[in-house]
Design a protein around this ligand. Structure first.
Ligand code: SF4
Ligand code: SF4
Length: 379
């Protein structure tokens, strides 16, 4: 297998094809501290893309509760178990990726989920990871009992396992924006992509008999707009845009700033080796740092500290880029914080969002002499 460089692993690794990076790569950062699991993103995606026959159980965007939730059932536990215990040596991954650990005669280490694994998304979720059976857990911070929400879409990986595994070369990565798509004419429904994707973000349609996946709303992205799941995000947790490899990081680009400059956002399960392009700001209330490092790599604890520091008012630039999340339906490719205001520009240099770092608070006088009434500030 050819050798390619995976910066998330800090080393070269084996992949099915030589390294070819797109002209620019679409990506996103999700702030897990702000997700409220309203599932608006899930429904926005569902009604846009997967309301057809054979797509009934498909959620290209799903939101699961960690540590117990998953869609399809136990996808992460299953692939981690198959991969076996692996180690990091500082920031360098010393273990095997799913490409390097592929069994003899197979392209990628994976497994095919059972149809029923997709049948009960969110069942048994929103429960803490220990039994809340004593007073000690009530009204005490930080929590002993914790969970958090993890929204997930296809990561439009730099080294997609789905693409590498397809014997029909029916999956391709667009050179202009790095979006990974399936050619439905070429696909014969072998499901090798479903087996290979460690995030299980390719799904098989039993009616059309082809595999289908998130298309990152490419018609919107081509016109400079956010995807449906990003645009509708109630919690404004999502930054969408373009992400460069670290050596080409532009500090004025929101994604590069979050991923490479402040290093507050980390990839999901980087040890798989696909170099995913959706990044996560880890939750700050989770006591079990080992769990966070397993999920988001060795830098997860450092990211938590960086985020806390910003929330305490010590990093206006980081706060600024985060308040611009979903402040516009246009893709923001450049940002700046000046004084108390964050500004975002699109690709053409137009200002598309201006947001104060702190929401102004208005307290109305209780008595309004103009209409001679007393008012209560109840909102
Ligand atoms: S997340 Fe899965 S489906 Fe998406 S590009 Fe990566 S390997 Fe392919
Ligand atoms: S819309 Fe946003 S806040 Fe709501 S579940 Fe999706 S990611 Fe979380």
């Amino acid at each position: 297998m050819p050798e390619v460089y995976n910066w998330q692993l800090g080393r070269k690794m084996a992949y099915l094809y030589p390294e070819v990076r797109p002209q620019r790569q679409a990506g996103a950062v999700f702030d897990t501290n702000k997700c409220i699991a309203c599932q608006t993103c899930t429904v926005a995606c569902k009604t846009t893309w997967t309301s057809g026959k054979g797509q009934e159980y498909m959620f290209w965007n799903n939101v699961e509760s960690k540590p117990w939730g998953s869609y399809p059932l136990a996808y992460d536990a299953k692939i981690l178990e198959k991969l076996g215990a692996q180690n990091w040596d500082g920031d360098v991954y010393a273990g095997k990726t799913i490409f390097e650990a592929a069994p003899e005669g197979e392209r990628v280490l994976g497994y095919l989920p059972n149809d029923l694994d997709y049948a009960y998304p969110n069942k048994g979720e929103d429960e803490t990871n220990t039994t809340v059976d004593s007073e000690k857990y009530h009204l005490r911070l930080p929590h002993d009992a914790w969970f958090f929400y993890l929204p997930r879409i296809c990561n439009h990986c730099t080294y997609p396992a789905c693409l590498g595994a397809c014997p029909r070369t029916a999956i391709f990565k667009r050179p202009e924006d790095g979006i990974v798509l399936t050619d439905e004419q070429r696909c014969r429904g072998y499901r090798e992509c479903v087996r290979a994707c460690p995030y299980k973000k390719v799904m098989y349609n039993h009616v059309t008999r082809i595999s289908e996946k998130c298309v990152l709303c490419f018609p919107a992205v081509e016109k400079g707009f956010l995807t449906r799941c990003m645009r509708t995000c109630i919690g404004k947790i999502r930054t969408f845009g373009w992400v460069n490899p670290p050596e080409k990081a532009d500090p004025e680009n929101p994604l590069d700033f979050l991923v490479h400059v402040r290093k507050v956002a980390r990839p999901l399960l980087p040890q798989m080796g696909t170099e995913p392009n959706v990044y996560y700001i880890p939750p700050i209330h989770v006591e079990n740092q080992r769990f966070l490092r397993m999920l988001f790599g060795p830098g997860a604890t450092e990211s938590v500290e960086t985020y806390r520091n910003a929330m305490e008012g010590n990093d206006p630039e980081l706060l600024g880029v985060l308040v611009l999340n979903v402040a516009s339906d246009r893709i923001i490719s450049k940002f700046k914080v000046q004084g108390e205001t964050a500004t975002g520009w699109d690709d053409q240099g137009n200002v598309v969002a201006t947001v104060p770092l702190k929401e102004p608070t208005m307290v109305r006088p209780q008595f309004d002499p103009s209409v001679a009434v007393y008012r209560y500030n109840i909102t």
